[in-house]
Design a protein around this ligand. Structure first.
Ligand code: HEC
Length: 460
């Protein structure tokens, strides 16, 4: 591969990308789109009704939202680039080649978002009275950029599950306007509005005393939450209809994992319970029962965030064994390269590995073959531990298994490498399962030169 391999300890590649991304999605959809939408709506309500309370509420909530979105939101947004650049460089590099323009335009759009949200925040006090309309328009302009941002990014995300005709046609619009683009865009916007409405409820309940304004606002945000959540369910259903059945069959497994997937009912009960909680919270708020709503709102918000995490987990998981269906496997090996690796070998074709002085050492070779073939989804000693997965098997058994990874578990890519390499990896995995592999001490640099090697304990 053109890039060196990094493995993230314990959590593994997929999980560390996912943790950052889910946090980013919750903030970018729920606050940057959802909450700001309700802030602008509240400001407008205050303007129409000449209500100081609506206006103050909008302004206070905006302060919180600006801090979280420009702080945590922007940092995790950068993380979405940096983490895969290190852990999945070939995947992100290839995606960049396909989607150069949307990403480039997104960069400009994001800059505008930041400018407009700060402008909206800092001109609140100055653009009052006759100029209030102008201020509301700044908020609306910000929202337009935020939605444009969602429209640009969703084309790329949709492609990663439903690449459709692109692997054959290789045309940009074919990739961008893929079958899951529109339903997913609507789903993302409606779920953002749903979290936005719930966050508005939470902010209201925890910062405003009971009274006419709070009752009024509770009813408004709760009704909005019901509408947005119902739309989310409808769009999620629409979205699910465009996903190829071969991928869809893994949806419940992706959430319950092998531990619970024999009980698929848990999936439906848990999701039903979450939806019910959101509904009850909204109904209690509409009735003006503030004290009760205050107890329910935090679990309800957590449930909504869990829905986001669940959706992203399913979307990212079910496309396995691919990173780009029809083109690249999850472990960043191109489908078209596999025959070459099978014939000529993976190690031989790896300039990075060949730079190391360890390149003749079978443990190092085994570790590298594992890193390239399996480490996207398996760790050593952490989540989805490979030693646990192969434990109890003989070395020959593991060798056979390596020829059938994609038959055993449909979301695992095939092993890429020669038979000799399959033996090396089988030996390495067998030793791992027996606990007899001495792995490199992570606190010390990998020996690259003979000089480095002297200091490396493994070589005496
Ligand atoms: C795209 C992600 C992915 C890649 C790449 C991957 N695996 Fe897996 N593998 C999984 C998942 C997910 C499971 C199921 C985990 C569970 O049971 O919860 C699994 C399960 C397994 C199992 C247990 C299967 C069983 O039914 O007992 C073995 C053995 C295994 N993997 C070996 C490998 C090896 C060896 C490689 C590299 C050549 C590899 N995997 C690459 C995702 C992957």
């Amino acid at each position: 591969m053109e890039f060196p391999v990094f493995e993230f300890p314990y959590l593994g590649t997929g999980m560390i990308i996912a943790l950052n991304a889910v946090l980013h999605v919750i903030i970018s959809h729920g606050l940057a789109i959802g909450a700001v939408f309700f802030i602008v709506a509240s400001e407008y309500t205050g303007f129409r009704r000449a209500s100081r309370e609506w206006d103050d509420f909008a302004r206070d909530f905006l302060k919180f939202t600006v801090i979280v979105t420009t702080g945590v939101g922007a940092v995790t947004g950068v993380g979405i680039w940096f983490i895969p650049s290190a852990l999945s460089p070939r995947g992100i590099g290839t995606m960049l080649r396909v989607f150069f323009w949307p990403w480039f335009i997104e960069w400009a759009v994001f800059t505008c978002e930041v400018i407009f949200i700060l402008l909206y925040y800092f001109t609140w006090g100055r653009l009052q009275g006759a100029q209030k309309k102008r201020h509301i328009l700044i908020g609306a302009a910000y929202l337009s950029f935020a939605l444009l941002s969602a429209a640009l990014i969703t084309g790329i995300l949709g492609f990663m599950l439903t690449s459709d005709g692109w692997p054959w046609g290789r045309a940009f619009w074919q990739a961008f306007l893929n079958p899951s683009y529109i339903p997913q865009l609507f789903l993302r916007i409606s779920s953002g509005l749903s979290i936005g409405a719930l966050s508005s409820l939470a902010f209201l309940l925890f910062t405003r005393k009971d009274g006419a304004f709070r009752k009024n606002a509770l009813e408004f945000f709760a009704k909005a939450a019901i509408i947005a959540s119902s739309a989310t369910i409808a769009f999620a259903w629409w979205y699910s209809t465009v996903i190829p059945p071969a991928f869809k069959t893994h949806a419940i497994f992706s959430v319950l994992t092998s531990r619970l997937s024999q009980y698929p009912r848990i999936f439906w009960y848990a999701n039903g319970a979450g939806a019910f909680l959101l509904f009850v919270t909204a109904m209690v708020s509409i009735r003006g029962r503030g004290a009760f709503a205050k107890i329910l709102i935090v679990p309800a918000l957590l449930a909504a965030m869990t829905f986001v995490a669940e959706f992203e987990r399913i979307r990212e998981f079910i496309r396995g064994p691919y990173l780009m269906p029809g083109y690249m496997y999850a472990n960043q090996v191109l489908i078209s390269e596999t025959p070459l690796f099978k014939k000529e070998g993976m190690l031989k074709n790896d300039p990075w590995f060949n730079q190391t002085v360890d390149n003749q050492d079978t443990t190092a070779q085994g570790a590298y073959l594992f890193a390239r073939n399996c480490a996207t989804c398996h760790t050593i000693g952490g989540i989805n531990d490979i030693a646990e997965r192969v434990s109890g098997r003989t070395e020959d058994g593991i060798f056979v298994l390596l020829g059938h990874t994609s038959d055993m578990v449909p979301f695992m890519p095939p092993f890429s490498g020669t038979n000799a390499e399959r033996h090396i990896l089988a030996g390495f995995l067998y030793d791992l399962s027996k606990g007899t592999v001495k792995l490199h001490d992570p606190s010390r640099p990998v020996p690259f030169t003979a000089e480095d090697r002297k200091g490396d304990g493994r070589h005496g």
